[in-house]
Design a binder for this molecule. Sequence first.
Ligand code: ARG
Length: 571
Amino acid sequence: MNIQKFLKNKIKKICIKYNIPNNFDPIIRKNTKNNEIDYQVNGIIKLKKKIPYSSYQLAINISKDMKKSNIYENILVPPQGFINITLKSNWLCEHINNMYFAKNFNISIKNPKIIIIDYSSPNIAKDMHVGHLRSTILGDVTARLMEFLGHTVIRQNHIGDWGTQFGMLITQLQLTSCHSIEKIEKIYKIANLRYQKDPVFIKKTKKNVVKLQNNNKDCLKIWKLLVSKSIEKNNIIYKKLNISLTDKDIRGESFYNFMLPKIITELKKKKIAVNYNGSIIVYLNKFKNRLGKKMGVVIQKKDGAFLYTTIDIACLKYRCNILKANRIIYYIDNRQKQHLLQVWEIAKLAQYIPNNTLLEHHTFGMILCKNKKPFKTRHGKTIKLIDLLNKSIDKAKKIIKNKHQKMTKNEIKSIAHNIGIGAIKYFDLSKNRTSDYIFDWDQILSLNGNTAPYIQYAYTRIQSIINHDNLSHEINIYPIKIFTKFERYLVLTILQFEETIFHLEKYGTPHLMCNYLYDLAGKFSKFYENCSILFAKKIHIKISRIKLSILTAKVIKKGLYILGINTVKKM
Ligand code: ARG
């Protein structure tokens, strides 16, 4: 049950009676401040100029109409002109019982779409560092969520496997006649240094880039080896992080090489690109350079080499024409905003994008140290992602070992893995993705507050209640009912799972799911402290409460699954 959507539609219908323009979109907010009110209708004030009476009067009129329906316990209109709604417990019960038996909690969509999610997408030949964490896990949440809803999800790991850095690596490997590429990262560093000051090296590198782009056999052979080694390394991280990307989802920059010459010809033919001093450039009206003139975007260099932009234009064309995307979501660093907007603009001018295809850049903030500087090692070096993950798992291991001295090594290993990884992911996902956040080990693994361990612990506690009882045949006889206010709060919160899911679908904001799960775990805790479950005096109460516990656990598990976090049996 998407209560917000349900209420919105009801109010919109009433508004039509009062000649309110039908594009009026009432805002339905769940109420978090006052336990006696479930939802608040906002936005009526904005209609002030469109009606011949006050917006307060309109709110009163709407509320009178609402009162004819029997789903509201209470409807109040404070002088500020919004409407406070309390739903009837019977109505909540009807829906919670439906949800209990429904497949997928009765959550579905009418129009499944083809959604492409461009995420993680590291430049390979270098180890993934902490800066890759956000793109990787945020994108993965969206992929899981869209799939849960029934959309067709196409994951695209747009790895940086092409361009100058490979020219450098190939040149270095040719010069040293070294065939072992186990230490790619080291070789890359040496090559990079030489590229900064050695003119001969630079020249050779540039030649190799063009050779590679023209499918030269020798260059391709070295390149393939470099790429496969590097992917192997990244896969270790994906596995550890419980990321749903596989090798099938890799469609790196190199893939689009075959399209590039034609893109240039097409853009020239359509008079979008021009030749300037041997380079091919697109001048964009919408972007201004430092002198306030049309900005020129180079899509092919004098030496024939294509650029990152050219590849992204081809990639967008491919995603629209071949993959038939309805919506494309990019999880890329904010610093590439301009690049992306330019790519979109050029592709639009070239008519590569159908009108109804949505393009979105889901930006994210930076991870900072306690001193608010970028998160680095004590010596100022970038932190390797693998090291960060291992450290978290080690910390979790220590905590669990201390708590459970009799646990087997394997058990500790598996639990520590799920706790350590869950904690890092959740800490990140619980922050609004557009803001920077401070990485703090003390908070990440804390059992108190809005953290993964807190939610995972709540889950294990519910499991221990459910597992204590064997009531399978009676479960179907008695429905979930509300006997106390604690059950009412819990029922309402469980029902709010669906609206949370749809917020994520629209805005890609996992922190709302974290807040939701935190709220749910808290409501369960209050219910557990104040209501007897297994020792309830009457069987129908006991069953109702056990069912409520089962449903809470199911929702927590699914919510965590969408966040890419595993539950554990013991903690
Ligand atoms: N490889 C790029 C980087 O590490 C990110 C690629 C994002 N995707 C894209 N279609 N450009 O910065």
